[in-house]
Write a protein that binds this ligand. Structure first.
Ligand SMILES: NC(=O)c1ccc[n+]([C@@H]2O[C@H](COP(=O)([O-])OP(=O)(O)OC[C@H]3O[C@@H](n4cnc5c(N)ncnc54)[C@H](OP(=O)(O)O)[C@@H]3O)[C@@H](O)[C@H]2O)c1
Length: 273
């Protein structure tokens, strides 16, 4: 049998939403796809479709090393890493137990960094590679009662920018994807985190308003396939941009944050509190 020269991608968080759609997008384009999930029984359909699958909890350093070794042992290369796994945490900063904040950063920040550290020696050795980090509109703008999530995505953005500059000379590109609202299970999972808050009554109204706005925007949000297309583009174009903003809501919010004076938004939040 002729050797397979098709490129290889490793994707985290493929049990649902954007990760699942991204695995299918790369598969359709002829890539060898390593789709991973905490529980591999969630992705048996992706295995049936032709993906290689593996169990991967991004907070487990041993599992990360083992999966990357498996990829390289079987396919002898790793062209792209898509750090997609992530979740949102609701609540005012004062209300969030620090353990919950730490858990948020473990998944959204330290997981992607550990994965990047595991694949980079192979990419450097090959003189090429791409790391696509799925951030968010909240990686650029921070809203009240979303500080934990926005903080984690802002941290991911800063680390990505440094990494991009560091790896430019060794042929590795690091790219950020910044979607607006996407119709996935994200919103429901975010609300599950509210049960862990040390609630402060004064923030209740603001939290409910932001919750309502987010539910509304997610209902009108884009399909995960739209983000998967953008991730695929970022992974496959010759010279990728540093960041890809996906969705009109993300574009608008980032623009508004730049042009609307802080005094105006602060006045608005005082009225809403
Ligand atoms: N939906 C949106 O509106 C939106 C907007 C901007 C950015 N994003 C970002 O897009 C990414 C994907 O989110 P989504 O919208 O597709 O939400 P989703 O449907 O809830 O998918 C999140 C994925 O992350 C996985 N995950 C969570 N913790 C993990 C861990 N410790 N190890 C490995 N996997 C873990 C989940 O796996 P389990 O099933 O095992 O929990 C799931 O597969 C996230 O980084 C999110 O921040 C989403």
């Amino acid at each position: 049998m002729a050797p397979d020269h098709s490129p290889v991608v490793l994707i985290t968080g493929c049990s649902s939403g954007i990760g699942r759609a991204t695995a299918r997008r790369f598969l359709d384009a002829g890539w060898r796809v390593w789709a991973t999930a905490r529980d591999p029984t969630d992705i048996t359909d992706l295995a049936d479709a032709g993906c290689r699958t593996a169990a991967l909890d991004v907070t487990d350093g041993g599992q990360i090393d083992a999966v990357v070794e498996r990829v390289v042992a079987r396919d002898s290369r790793i062209d792209c890493l898509v750090n997609n796994a992530g979740y949102g945490q609701a609540g005012a900063v004062e209300e969030i137990p620090v353990d919950q904040l730490r858990a948020q950063f473990e998944v959204n920040v330290f997981g992607p960094v550990r994965l990047a550290q595991a694949v980079l020696p192979h990419m450097r050795g090959a003189g090429s590679g791409r790391i696509v980090n799925v951030s968010s509109l909240l990686g650029r703008v921070a809203y009240p009662t979303r500080g934990a999530y926005a903080g984690s995505k802002h941290a991911l953005e800063a680390l990505s920018e440094s990494l991009r500059a560091e790896t430019a000379g060794v042929g590795v590109d690091v790219v950020l994807i910044e979607p607006g609202a996407v119709r996935t299970g994200f919103e429901d999972r975010l609300h599950e985190t509210e049960s862990t808050l040390d609630e402060v009554a004064e923030y209740g109204r603001l939290r409910r308003l932001v919750d309502r706005a987010q539910r509304l925007s997610e209902r009108r949000g884009m399909a995960p396939e739209r983000v998967a297309d953008e991730i695929y583009r970022a992974a496959s174009v010759e010279r990728p941009e540093r960041r890809y903003v996906v969705g009109w809501d993300a574009r608008l919010a980032i623009l508004a944050d730049r042009v609307v004076p802080a005094r105006v938004t602060e006045w608005l939040y005082r009225r809403l509190a």
